[in-house]
Design a protein around this ligand. Structure first.
Ligand SMILES: Cc1cc2nc3c(=O)[nH]c(=O)nc-3n(C[C@H](O)[C@H](O)[C@H](O)COP(=O)(O)OP(=O)(O)OC[C@H]3O[C@@H](n4cnc5c(N)ncnc54)[C@H](O)[C@@H]3O)c2cc1C
Length: 388
């Protein structure tokens, strides 16, 4: 069975690797002339890392990833940690796979390197699809075509495949604007920041930071409400002074991190309506193409990796019955992805509460049981998406 995967992001590359492992003839078609990722970090939790380890990628992941010791939920003003949940050895022992922090480019590169080169078709921007009987033909801007039994749109939040299947759709600006920065370790040595993920929550905004690139850099993302920047691009430069102005009065560590940005990039966070379905005959979607989510659960890429695992298992289990496999794929994946979209949206509200009784209630609840306690997070980390 030949499967054409459109999009060579984390979702598309990991899906192709999982499809190949399941014995399918998978090819990736990526519009860019080379595999790149933006200069930013990404957290990969055990529900996704176990799937990548199964592909034999453990040593490559350990070579470039950082294994954090904990996750801190902190207050914006005095820096008090409400919860320090361990995610190091304890999480690995319980869930059978580690928690990682990566520079995105490191993760994308190790996935691409694991793919046989003849299966990665760069410079292939999908324009259109043609369907004839039980075959799908992808038509690319460079004039090339590719025939397959199944086409998977892993082409991200602006998915062309989604557009071709279900028509045009306008994204909604959420009102949140994010700035990101990568700070070289030597600039912030004096801050003595633990190898952990730190989530500072305050009125109308939050800041997340963690070490990446083997500990050589700190990835920092600052999200605020009521932003006036509405462009959804990962490559627009912002002003460090503007970020500092929005974080006036925040803890000195937060301000020191922002002040150490060599440069910053700004983008507006957008939302898309939940899709009623993901597939149409022999074409389906995965990752941000079908379930983009706000970053407040750090699960968008993890869910795209899970999608690929479920799809590969189902196609292997139901050879020759693609429509049934796709129906089952949607049935097992959509409820979980939707739950995470909703949890991310709910976290946006909780993380950004103004000072007052509601915020105090949140702080007490976090201190008492914590979002990331083993009891509260087990449903997410223990899930094995390949078991369908
Ligand atoms: C601030 C922020 C922080 C985040 N942090 C985390 C985190 O810690 N952990 C986590 O799991 N998730 C996180 N996410 C979410 C995560 O980044 C995304 O969910 C994930 O990258 C989606 O992967 P994807 O492969 O589905 O799409 P993409 O990464 O968007 O890849 C799509 C690919 O398709 C290609 N493409 C597009 N159109 C075409 C076309 N017409 N033809 C051919 N190729 C095409 C693109 O060039 C691209 O390579 C975060 C998101 C944000 C905004």
């Amino acid at each position: 069975m030949r499967v054409a995967v459109v999009g060579g992001g984390i979702g598309g590359l990991s899906a192709a690797l999982q499809l190949l492992k399941a014995g399918l003839d998978a090819h990736v078609y990526e519009q860019a002339p080379r595999i790149t990722e933006i200069g930013a970090g990404i957290q990969i939790s055990p529900n996704a890392s176990r799937l990548l380890h199964r592909l034999g990628l453990g040593p490559a992941m350990d070579a470039v990833g950082v294994r954090p010791l904990a996750v801190h939920q902190r207050r914006w003003d005095n820096g008090r940690t409400l919860q320090r949940a361990p995610v190091g050895r304890e999480v690995e022992a319980i869930f059978g796979a580690p928690y990682y922090h990566f520079h995105r480019a490191d993760l994308a590169t190790l996935l691409a390197d694991a793919l046989p080169p003849e299966r990665l078709h760069l410079g292939h921007k999908l324009l259109d699809l043609a369907r004839k009987g039980e075959r799908v033909t992808a038509c690319f801007e460079n004039g090339a075509t590719a025939e397959a039994d199944l086409l998977v749109g892993a082409d991200g939040i602006h998915s062309r495949v989604r557009h071709l299947l279900f028509g045009p759709e306008k994204p909604r600006f959420t009102g949140c604007v994010a700035w990101r920065g990568l700070v070289p370790a030597e600039r912030i040595k004096h801050l003595g920041i633990e190898v952990a993920s730190h989530n500072w929550m305050g009125p109308d905004g939050h800041v997340v930071h963690y070490w990446v690139a083997g500990g050589r850099m700190m990835n920092v993302v600052c999200v605020v409400e009521h932003g006036d920047w509405t462009k959804e691009s990962w490559t627009d430069r912002g002003e460090v002074a503007d970020v500092l102005a929005r974080y006036e009065g925040w803890h000195p560590t937060v301000r020191a991190l922002i002040g150490a940005f060599p440069e910053t990039f700004v983008w507006a966070l957008h939302d898309r309506a939940e899709l009623p379905r993901w597939s149409d005959r022999r074409v389906t979607l995965l990752g941000d193409a079908c379930h983009p989510m706000l970053p407040m659960m750090a699960q968008g890429a993890a869910q795209s990796i899970e999608d690929g695992a479920a799809l590969a298992s189902l196609l292997k289990a139901m050879p020759g019955d693609i429509p049934s496999a796709l129906a089952r794929y949607e049935a097992v994946r959509k409820p979980r992805a939707t739950k995470l979209q909703q949890a991310s949206a709910a976290n946006r509200k909780r993380f950004h509460l103004p000072d007052g009784p509601e915020q105090q209630k949140r702080d007490e609840a976090m201190a008492a049981s914590g979002d990331r306690s083993i009891a509260n997070i087990g449903w997410l980390y223990a899930h094995d998406a390949a078991v369908v």
